[in-house]
Design a binder for this molecule. Structure first.
Ligand code: PEP
Length: 251
């Protein structure tokens, strides 16, 4: 069954102490209630082992923001999927546009990362999305379909473990949110690609999150779309109250 999910992406923000404080705050805000969606916080690698034991695992899952495309070995500075899993983290964001643009992550590298994440029991939160020029040229569907190749290479059983996130790059951190209609159109397109590659059932069961300047004031309208199953949240995940406000959009 497809789930509603709100996932935070802290990016390269928060010292360890600040991250611990933020995780505790989110945990406390959810303490008296059962959220109406799955809640995930994705933190820098060094926070994972400290944050995992701090949060109630029945309400909050913890994830990394990346993992290596190699299993282990002489790759100085890299962190493997097995290492992420060994902290107790259950999720990993892969293919974020910042990784694709600044660290030149390709479809092939991401295919490897997705495989290694799954092999180590991690749920990939796999991001796709076009840049402004691509949207202005009407190429957004083509771009997103190409990016999806990293997960469409999976068996249907493995694909069913993946969460997708559509994040138009022009909306990330810019304050410019996609309109609910733009989000719905792309999510429906993605679901159609999945149905074409696998079948309707697999497509129906896939959670597709929207990401890009999502905040408490626009979350409800975005999540109301039939193919939008929640959000991947950057800036607004850094303030516990704002993150909770977005989670509450499912109430
Ligand atoms: C993101 O980078 O995943 C993101 C959605 O960022 P923001 O919410 O800040 O636009």
């Amino acid at each position: 069954m497809r789930k509603n999910i709100v996932a935070g992406n802290w990016k390269m923000n928060k010292t360890l102490q600040e991250g611990i404080a933020l995780a505790k705050e989110v945990n406390e805000l959810l303490a008296g209630e059962q959220p109406a969606c799955d809640v995930i916080i994705c933190t820098p690698f060094i926070h994972l082992a400290s944050v995992v034991p701090l949060v109630d695992p029945t309400k909050i899952g913890v994830g990394a923001e990346n993992c290596a495309d190699k299993e282990s070995g002489a790759y100085t500075g890299e962190v493997s999927a097995a290492m992420v899993a060994s902290t107790g983290a259950k999720y990993v964001i892969l293919g974020h546009s910042e990784r694709r643009a600044y660290y030149h992550e390709t479809v092939d590298m991401l295919t490897e990362k997705v495989k290694l994440a799954l092999a180590n029991g991690l749920t990939p939160i796999f991001c796709v999305g076009e840049v402004l020029q691509e949207r202005e040229a009407g190429k957004q569907n083509e771009v997103v379909a190409t990016q999806l190749a990293s997960v469409l290479a999976l068996s249907p059983a493995d694909f069913s473990k993946v969460i997708l996130a559509y994040e138009p790059v022009w909306a990330i951190g810019t304050g410019k949110t996609a309109t609910p209609q733009q989000a719905q159109e792309m999510h429906a397109f993605i679901r159609g690609v999945i149905a074409g590659y696998y079948d309707e059932d697999v497509a129906d069961n896939c959670s597709i999150l929207y990401g890009g300047s999502c905040k408490p004031s626009n979350a409800r309208e975005l999540f109301a779309n039939p193919d939008v199953d929640g959000g991947l949240i950057g800036g607004a995940a850094l303030k516990a109250a704002d993150f909770k406000g977005i989670i509450d959009a499912f109430k």
